[in-house]
Design a protein around this ligand. Structure first.
Ligand code: SAM
Length: 228
C-alpha cells in the first residue's frame, strides 16, 4: 500500500462516518469562548435596527482571533462590515497599534457599525470605509495588510481576492466566508441567487496557485488561505 493511501484512508473514513455532525458543533460551541455582553447587545440592537442577522458567530470569531494572533497580524482588511461584529472581534486579537480597515457599501450598516465601534473596547482600532468593495480596496497600498476577511456580495469575491492578494503581504492570511453557499452548496435547484457565484469562486480559489487554501467546515464554511 502506498504512503498516500495510508494517509488518506482514515480521513475519508472519518468523513463517511459523519465525523462532523450537529452534535459535534454543539460540543465545540460548549467548549469555545462565547460572546461577551457587548457583542450580545450589538446583535440585539442590529436586529432591532433591521440589519440582517448574517454576521459570523462566536465559534468562527474565536477561530479567526486565534488565526490572527498566530499570524501576529497587525493590519487587517475586511470586505463586509454589516453591524461591526466581525470587525470588533478581529480588532480584539490585534496589538494596541493594530488596525482593521473594514468596508461596506451600505451607509446604514457603516453608520451602525461606527457607533458600536466607538462604544467598544477597540475604538480607535477600526476604520470603517463606505463604498463598493473593489473601489475602496483599490485605494489601499500593496503589502499593507497581514490578513483579509472577505464576507460581502459573492459575485464580487473574485475581484476581492485579486485585490487582497495584492494588499496582503506574502505569508499573510486570506479568509473567505460562506464557502458552503448558505447550506445550499450541493442543492440541485438552489433558491439563493448567489450559490452559483460561490461554487465558481470555490473552484477559482482551489485552482489559484498564489494562495494555499482549505475550507474549514464550520459556520457556513470558511476558506483559510495563506498568500504564497
Ligand atoms: C455577511 S455581511 C458581513 C458580516 C460581517 N462580516 C460580520 O460577520 O459581522 C455582508 C455585508 O457586505 C456588504 N456588501 C454587499 N455588497 C457589497 C459591496 N459591493 N461592497 C462592499 N460591501 C458590500 C453588505 O452591505 C453587508 O453589510
Amino acid at each position: 500500500m502506498s504512503l498516500t493511501r495510508d494517509v488518506r484512508y482514515p480521513v475519508v473514513m472519518s468523513v463517511e462516518q459523519g465525523l462532523v455532525t450537529a452534535q459535534h458543533y454543539r460540543y465545540i460551541a460548549e467548549r469555545t469562548g462565547g460572546e461577551d455582553v457587548f457583542l450580545e447587545e450589538l446583535r440585539r440592537d442590529a436586529l432591532a435596527a433591521e440589519i440582517p442577522a448574517i454576521s459570523i458567530g462566536p465559534i468562527q470569531a474565536s477561530f479567526i482571533q486565534i488565526l490572527l494572533r498566530t499570524a501576529a497580524a497587525k493590519e487587517v482588511v475586511e470586505i463586509g462590515t454589516l453591524a461591526g461584529y466581525s470587525a470588533i472581534s478581529m480588532a480584539r486579537a490585534l496589538p494596541d497599534d493594530g488596525r482593521v480597515r473594514t468596508i461596506d457599501i451600505e451607509p446604514k450598516h457603516a453608520r451602525f457599525a461606527e457607533e458600536k465601534i466607538a462604544a467598544s473596547d477597540v475604538a480607535g482600532k477600526v476604520e470603517v470605509h463606505v463604498g463598493p468593495g473593489v473601489e475602496v480596496l483599490n485605494t489601499f497600498d500593496e503589502d499593507s495588510a497581514d490578513a483579509a476577511f472577505i464576507d460581502a456580495d459573492k459575485g464580487g469575491y473574485p475581484a476581492y481576492l485579486e485585490e487582497c492578494v495584492r494588499i496582503v503581504r506574502k505569508g499573510g492570511l486570506i479568509m473567505v466566508d460562506n464557502a458552503f453557499a448558505f447550506g445550499q452548496l450541493f442543492y440541485e435547484d438552489p433558491t439563493d441567487p448567489e450559490v452559483a457565484a460561490v461554487r465558481a469562486f470555490n473552484d477559482t480559489l482551489a485552482a489559484d496557485g498564489r494562495v494555499q487554501g482549505i475550507i474549514v467546515p464550520f459556520g457556513d464554511g470558511m476558506w483559510v488561505g495563506s498568500v504564497g
